[in-house]
Ligand binder design. Structure first.
Ligand code: 5GP
Length: 187
């Protein structure tokens, strides 16, 4: 059986990756690969659905056990993709979307050179800041940290295969669907 394609979506916090990926996964019937993190759950987030919320000790134990396909420290917390969420699915021909930071994206590319790396950004930094503030989930300190890190993340755009600029949810969803359909038709 041919292996499934792996899509990696990265880009600054607040660029709209989660919303777009959630919608596209639903529209194309792609299963979610749930990441693990040490950050605190936001209101409404559910363990095992949005993330596996782990303590630092639990996360570090999983690192020692070799459970992660990739992991990184992002905004002072660990985030990682569990091998158990990806390997079987890809081997069984399923396509998988990972919504992860650029450090993780480049680790995945090293392991799976055929992975398709998609970079997501807003048209400018002002819109990014407005979106981060608009979701009203983060403290001022967290917003400032995320904005500072965004500038570093944006420097990695050139290492990605393709970039989507998020002007509207509808356009960004359509762009992502088109990229996935083109890649699926080629493989
Ligand atoms: P948030 O805290 O807003 O949910 O996510 C913060 C950042 O961590 C985002 O850029 C998100 O893409 C990234 N992230 C989420 N899951 C993973 C993961 O499994 N691995 C890595 N490397 N980054 C992740």
């Amino acid at each position: 059986m041919p292996k499934g394609n792996l899509y990696v979506v990265s880009g600054p916090s607040g660029a709209g990756k989660s919303t777009i990926c959630r919608k596209v996964r639903k529209m194309l019937g792609i299963n979610l690969a749930t990441s693990a993190t040490t950050r605190e759950p936001r209101t409404g987030e559910v363990h095992g659905v949005d993330y596996y919320f782990l303590s630092h000790a639990e996360f570090e134990k999983k690192i020692q056990e070799g459970a992660f396909l990739e992991y990184a420290k992002v905004h002072n917390n660990y985030y990682g993709t569990l091998k158990s969420e990806v390997e079987n699915r890809v081997n069984q021909g399923e396509k998988v979307i990972l919504e992860i930071d650029v450090q993780g994206g480049l680790q995945v590319k090293a392991l799976y050179p055929d992975a398709h790396l998609i970079f997501f950004k807003t048209p400018n930094l002002e819109q990014l800041e407005a979106r981060l503030r608009g979701r009203k989930t983060d403290s001022e300190e967290t917003i400032q940290l995320r904005l500072k890190n965004s500038i570093e993340e944006l420097k990695c755009e050139e290492k990605y295969d393709i970039c989507i600029v998020n002007h509207t949810v509808e356009q960004a969803c359509n762009d992502l669907i088109q990229i996935i359909e083109e890649k699926e038709n080629l493989s």
